[in-house]
Design a protein around this ligand. Structure first.
Ligand code: ATP
Ligand code: MG
Length: 491
């Protein structure tokens, strides 16, 4: 059911907009020029234009063209066709990928809808697990745009759509007006069918078409709305906002790998703190991560919430500084509350036992996985970070040196620092570990000796460290004798 329209675009000439070739990645320009030379229409489309207009640096450059995927493939040696639901061409330039989508005659999403984490932003994210879409029909290579190659499920969700069309058709399947501008490489004009130009200027997020229908077609658009609200500070138009509260449960039917991909875009691209707030405010966190949402609702303002926010602040700062970030740390933060609650449901004398901690991690991950894929390499990291906390809080003599050598030490230490900042672990202990990493091997040996001496003075009590008192650099060793009552709990 292609959305037929006769609307003509408003064409904004080069003199009347700010999009300059200087703001466009050279490889995207190469793709556009080559398509045009081969006789095809070629436009930049979507978020990259929105971002340039807002003075932001685009995350990626998406191309829309009249060329079919096979025709694109013939033009570029470095090209691969991807996508089961919607076929797209990816043109590779080293690590950079330019996504090239053929104009489509329907309201299906295409660009950006497949799980494809950005390797430049998220070095740990490579092959995302299968999106669970095996139940979906495979696209037909010989599709000729006769309208047969489209499939909806009972809820109105689009399962497959490869119905090709013209740019006049293509615009109506895009999600928000701010994502539906086209930049024509032929004369550097911007084409606007839907008032996107004004909406960007007014910082307004408006779905194209009937909002309820568009959310039903693809419930992920609700998360995209939240993401753009958080990332761009846009205000949702009333008609775009209203159905979310009614329709948010539809997200439960979206393949878990796609929700993993969206989670990374929400939380690991520099606006995680804001994303969390928007997701909570819109009731979307309770659907995406039911256990996390329930925990935060029940314990609003507690130390775990503070820890989560402080961790997301760190992550945002790292992203802005161009440093790598990891989903392991993100999921550790998100699942901290549910894991702590599971630990505390056990008898308190087992809270520090590795078995108790690992069981809680596994259960919390299992519960989260019912909605969002957490690839194994990340869930294993969560276990390591949690399981190491008691050992970090109660360092014992030479064992501390072995702990220091463990592969996950750094990540676990980062968590300890964050917990100390949130008031969940002793700051002196975190400082002691910090110092242990910084000093020369000789000084390190001295620190261990001091720790051992003070521990034996205390009759073998764990973690005492009076001997370090007054030492320069504030490297006071851990001096808690009693086991902490709440190892990972909300204190
Ligand atoms: P960013 O790159 O900052 O995440 P973006 O708007 O470029 O934002 P992409 O995921 O890169 O988002 O998608 C590119 C374009 O494809 C969008 O601008 C939009 O026009 C269209 N698009 C992506 N996902 C959907 C969707 N679920 N429904 C409709 N259109 C979509
Ligand atoms: Mg994009």
């Amino acid at each position: 059911m292609p959305v037929a329209t006769t609307a003509a675009p408003r064409i904004i000439g080069r003199a009347d907009h700010v999009i300059s070739r200087r703001n466009i990645a050279p490889n995207a320009l190469k793709v556009l020029y080559k398509l045009r030379e081969a006789g095809f229409q070629a436009f930049l489309v979507g978020g990259c234009l929105r971002d340039v207009m807002l003075g932001l640096e685009p995350k990626d450059f998406d191309v829309a063209t009249s060329a079919r995927p096979e025709e694109v493939k013939r033009l570029f040696r470095n090209c691969r066709i991807i996508g089961r639901r919607f076929r797209l061409a990816h043109v590779f330039f080293g690590r950079e990928i330019i996504e090239v989508a053929t104009f489509r005659a329907s309201s299906a999403p295409s660009q950006g809808e497949e799980p494809d984490a950005d390797p430049d932003i998220l070095p740990e994210v490579g092959a995302v697990a299968d999106d669970g879409a095996d139940d979906m029909p495979t696209a037909d290579d010989s599709d000729d745009g006769d309208g047969q190659d489209r499939l909806l499920d009972g809820q109105g969700r689009i399962l497959r759509d490869n119905t090709y069309g013209t740019i006049d058709d293509d615009v109506w399947r895009r999600d928000f007006t701010c994502n539906a501008l086209y930049y024509n490489i032929d004369d550097f004009s911007v084409w606007d069918y839907v008032g996107g130009f004004e909406d960007i200027a007014a910082r307004r997020l408006s779905l194209i078409g009937d909002p309820e229908t568009r959310y039903r077609e693809d419930p992920v658009r609700m998360l995209r709305a939240a993401r753009f609200e958080a990332k761009l500070g846009f205000t949702l138009a009333p008609a775009t906002e209203e159905p979310i509260a009614r329709l948010r449960e539809l997200l439960a039917q979206v393949p878990a790998a796609r929700l993993f991909d969206e989670s990374l875009k929400l939380f690991l691209t520099g606006h995680g703190v804001k994303s969390l707030a928007v997701l909570q405010q819109r009731g979307l966190l309770r659907v995406l991560y039911p256990t996390v949402g329930a925990y935060l609702d029940k314990h609003a303002g507690n130390l775990v919430e503070k820890l989560l926010i402080a961790g997301l602040e760190n992550t945002d700062a790292r992203v802005l500084a161009g440093k790598p970030v990891t989903p392991t740390f993100l999921f550790t933060l998100l699942l901290y509350g549910p894991i702590a609650a599971l630990i505390e449901a056990q008898p308190s004398d087992t809270w520090h036992d590795t078995a108790t901690i690992l069981d809680a991690c596994d259960r919390a991950v299992y519960e989260a996985q019912q909605r969002v894929t957490i690839p194994k390499r990340f869930s294993l990291g969560i276990r390591d970070m949690f399981a190491m906390q008691p050992r970090l809080e109660q360092p014992r003599g030479r064992r501390a040196l072995r702990t220091l050598e463990m592969p996950k030490f750094r990540a676990a230490f980062d968590l300890l620092v964050l917990r100390a900042k949130a008031g969940m672990a002793a700051t002196a202990t975190a400082q002691w570990w910090h110092r242990l990493q910084e000093v020369s091997p000789e000084e390190r040996a001295q620190m261990i000796e001091q720790l051992e001496r003070s521990q034996s003075r205390q009759g073998g009590a764990q973690g005492a460290g009076q001997g370090n008192e007054g030492e320069e650099g504030g490297g006071g060793a851990p001096r808690r004798r009693r086991r902490r009552r709440r190892p990972a709990g909300p204190a």
